[in-house]
Design a protein around this ligand. Structure first.
Ligand code: AOF
Ligand code: ZN
Length: 377
């Protein structure tokens, strides 16, 4: 085997193109996977595409349609695709059929599909005489599809914790003010909100900050608004007379994106002036992270961005797959710690983080803030 193993340098080039196409779908295709495909014949790309939105055509069909619209003859062509083609009738017909019908003779796949409902696309293609190779840039493909893979295999959403802290790890001062800790890198936060299907906050955060929890971005980019999940054990938010005036209800869009799911243990009868398409209430005597995550999974939510506060961060740390920590060159001394409800020994903390590693470090343009991304490995 040469420098590139069983694959050639050209194979890497084309799968990288397919991976970049897949990335364009991130945030728009949830709870489905972002997938990209490129079709090559005679050393030239004759068609390409990616899955653009939930329920729409899969990447493979888009690439085939693209090649056809270019007048290309697909017979004998090679398809590079970031996920095993599906072999099921879901919202669209099987991609395997489209590949076989087109006369494509080779398919190079980055990673297998862990979703049992999508069938065994690889066997179907091989039985049709197509040469199938698997595993080209698999780690990158899995990373792009990590929300999908986690929810299909573990039956709970992918969990990301996000917080802004001072150098001494405080997320608020003694009065609970947290607004001015970090100011830069806001674009990253809004992108994170767009990428995840839902945001989680505690009642305190809503009562203290009245946040919008939507995506705001300058320029032409159109980001989707995530679902807002609120933990309100005692029903303190539900008791508000002006509940409907809260900013979280101002950012619900027509597709149900941005709606509020509120967990409460309160058995009080509330007089709510908010419609059901804006607010879904889930009652449970105990509101544990396990219960919240399983419930969200059953609601087809594949990813959750935990935005605080301190009690919620402490409860969800053990469930985190990824942490985005933003730090400012400020020190508060007295104040509220990020994980104020945890009292670990150094040894415990080492164990807690044994499966994590630092995957990214960014410094803001003004060099006053930095971001560290920590990922489960
Ligand atoms: C996608 N986009 O490009 C590919 C997918 O709900 P459906 O009918 O659209 O089917 C979704 C399943 O199809 C998905 O869970 C995955 O297993 C497979 N492949 N899905 O959304 C794509 N190639
Ligand atoms: Zn498909």
């Amino acid at each position: 085997m040469g420098q590139y193993g069983e694959f050639t340098k050209a194979d890497y080039y084309y799968i990288k193109r397919a991976l970049s196409l897949a990335r364009k779908g991130v945030g728009y295709v949830n709870p489905n996977p972002p997938v990209g495909a490129v079709i090559v014949k005679g050393g030239e790309i004759i068609g390409s595409g990616y899955h653009r939105a939930y329920g729409q055509y899969h990447a493979e069909r888009i690439a085939i349609m693209d090649a056809k619209s270019n007048g290309a003859d697909l017979r004998g062509a090679t398809m590079y695709v970031t996920l095993e083609p599906c072999d099921h009738y879901g919202k669209t017909p099987p991609c395997t059929d489209a590949i076989i019908e087109a006369g494509i003779s080779k398919v190079i796949i980055a990673t297998r599909d862990p979703n049992p409902v999508s069938g065994d696309g690889i066997t179907k293609l091989r039985n049709a005489g197509i040469d199938v190779q698997i595993g080209l840039m698999e780690e990158e493909a899995k990373d792009i599809m990590r929300f999908f893979i986690k929810s299909v295999t573990k039956k709970i959403p992918y969990v990301t914790l996000k917080y802004a802290a001072t150098l001494d790890g405080k997320i608020a001062d003694l009065e609970g003010n947290s607004k001015w800790i970090t100011n830069n890198m806001k674009n990253i936060v809004h992108k994170l909100r767009h990428e995840h299907m839902a945001i989680l906050v505690g009642a305190n955060t809503i009562l203290k900050d009245n946040p919008y929890l939507n995506t705001r971005v300058s320029g032409n980019t159109k980001y989707l608004n995530p679902i807002k999940v609120v933990l309100d054990r005692e029903g303190r938010i539900l008791k508000l007379k002006n509940l409907h005036d809260l900013n979280i209800f101002k950012t619900v869009d027509n597709h149900g994106f941005g709606k509020v799911i509120l967990f409460t243990s309160s058995k009080d009868k509330f007089c709510l002036k908010v419609s059901e398409d804006k607010l879904q209430i889930i009652h449970s005597e105990e509101i544990t992270p396990e219960f919240v995550l399983e419930t969200l999974h059953n609601l087809k939510i594949n990813s959750l961005l935990v935005e605080g506060g301190s009690e919620i961060f402490s409860q969800f740390l053990d469930f985190a797959d990824e942490i985005y920590a933003f730090y400012a060159l400020k020190v508060l001394g007295k104040g509220l710690y990020v994980f104020s409800c945890i009292s670990n020994s150094l040894e415990d903390s080492g164990k807690q983080f044994k499966d994590f590693e630092i995957s990214k470090l960014n410094v803001s343009q003004d060099k006053k803030e930095f971001m560290v991304v920590i990922k489960r490995c």
